[in-house]
Design a binder for this molecule. Structure first.
Ligand SMILES: Nc1ncnc2c1ncn2[C@@H]1O[C@H](COP(=O)(O)OP(=O)(O)OP(=O)(O)O)[C@@H](O)[C@H]1O
Ligand SMILES: N[C@@H](CCO)C(=O)O
Length: 363
């Protein structure tokens, strides 16, 4: 007999201007993984060459992705979680059919979604019964900043901080539920048996969901080129001018509340989505971004609330309450007239979804 599940993880937009590595929005574009676990097959003792898992992709956004379980981000993440829980491979023969609507390397959280899918895949394949908090801990061992993974897992408009190592090491066993204690014992046994396994600290990330008006939609203008997050992060400085940090903190404090008003104040949000911590250093990698930020505003573009780089780019995120297609057309026109033939783009008008990752048993 096979047990089947559907894992569905939303795309995300991180930063939202001033909230670098802090804020994330989950969006109505999905990575879907259909999983079949053969529950009647005996558990294999020796490690099978394919780690007992077979993956395939259908649809777009899969070009260049490895089907080797140790090289594919989804299954490699799952294998890490399994190792932390005493499994050297998938315990039962497992197949994962992947359909990915999230474009790769565009700032819409494709890697965060893949990491979340991998953690959930391990959770069901080995019946680990991990809490959402523990899944987040695992995600953060792979994707080291919380904005995308927290929004993808929990859903909605999310703010997160990472605990200091010291803080996370201090979670006493007495503060854990019975299920969490069982889980911790299993992990500690696995770590003792395999010293190469690095367990995630407990509660390394704390997140809170913020209000977001249901009137707001996310217009994503997606250039047809990839920008690896690692490259966009390498462009950032080692240290900052305190004035720039204060500039962002002021805006971030306003943004946490301004998007939650039933009818958001366009100029308040517009100003609160400005940033001096990451966008200025990434401008040169996204032709058109300076002009887009300098040109559109709520007066000349009705319906617009604010504009920023989505994640590490190159996608532009415009939050708006109306005229979504017109806003996209204006931004695309700026991309079109960039030197050397312009920048080809596509666009999506997306909902901000309050549901994060779901995993539904199909039979
Ligand atoms: N569905 C997937 N399956 C396997 N690997 C994936 C998948 N989605 C993303 N990846 C991996 O993540 C890489 C893209 O990650 P990267 O962090 O550069 O961009 P992003 O996550 O799309 O953008 P951002 O982090 O700015 O939102 C891909 O090149 C691929 O290696
Ligand atoms: N906060 C991250 C998001 C991209 O993964 C960054 O801007 O680099």
């Amino acid at each position: 007999m096979a047990v089947s599940y559907e894992i569905k993880v939303p795309a995300t937009s991180a930063n939202i201007g001033p909230g670098f590595d802090v804020m994330g929005l989950s969006l109505s574009l999905y990575l879907t993984v259909n999983v079949h676990v053969d529950t009647e097959a005996p558990t294999t003792v020796a490690v099978a060459p394919n780690y007992n898992v077979t993956i395939s992709y259908e649809g777009d956004n899969s070009s260049g992705l490895s089907l080797d379980p140790k090289k594919n981000l989804i299954t490699d993440t799952a294998l890490y979680v399994l190792a932390c829980n005493g499994f050297s491979q998938f315990p039962r023969p497992t197949t994962a059919r992947i359909n990915n609507s999230i474009p790769l390397g565009r700032g819409l959280g494709s890697s965060g979604a893949a990491v979340v899918a991998g953690v959930v895949l391990a959770n069901i394949a080995a019946e680990l019964n991990l809490s959402q908090q523990r899944m987040l801990d695992y995600c953060l061992m792979i994707e080291r900043h919380p904005d995308n993974v927290a929004a993808a897992l929990v859903g909605g408009f999310i703010a997160s901080y990472l605990a200091d190592d010291d803080q996370s090491a201090q979670i006493p066993a007495t503060s854990l539920s019975e299920a969490e204690r069982v889980r911790r014992e299993r992990e500690e046994k696995a770590a003792a048996a395999n010293p190469k396994v690095l367990l995630p600290p407990e509660k390394i990330c704390r997140s809170v969901r913020l209000g977001c008006s249901p009137k707001i939609k996310a217009v994503a203008i997606i250039p047809r080129f990839e920008l690896a997050t690692s490259k966009a992060r390498a462009a950032l400085p080692e240290s900052y001018n305190p004035k720039d940090v204060v500039y962002n903190l002021q805006r971030l404090a306003i943004l946490t509340t301004a998007l939650g008003s039933e009818t958001p104040d366009p100029w308040l949000v517009y100003g609160a989505m400005m940033d001096k911590v990451h966008q200025p250093y990434r401008m040169h990698m996204i032709p058109g971004l300076p002009e887009i930020l300098a040109t559109l505003n709520p007066d000349n573009t009705p319906g617009l609330l604010g504009i920023c780089l989505s994640g590490a780019g190159p996608t532009i995120l415009a939050l708006a309450v109306s005229n979504f297609d017109e806003i996209a057309a204006k931004i695309r026109a700026i991309f079109d007239r960039q030197p050397n033939g312009g920048v080809a783009t596509g666009y999506e008008v997306l909902d901000i979804v309050s549901e994060g990752t779901t995993c539904i048993k199909k039979n």
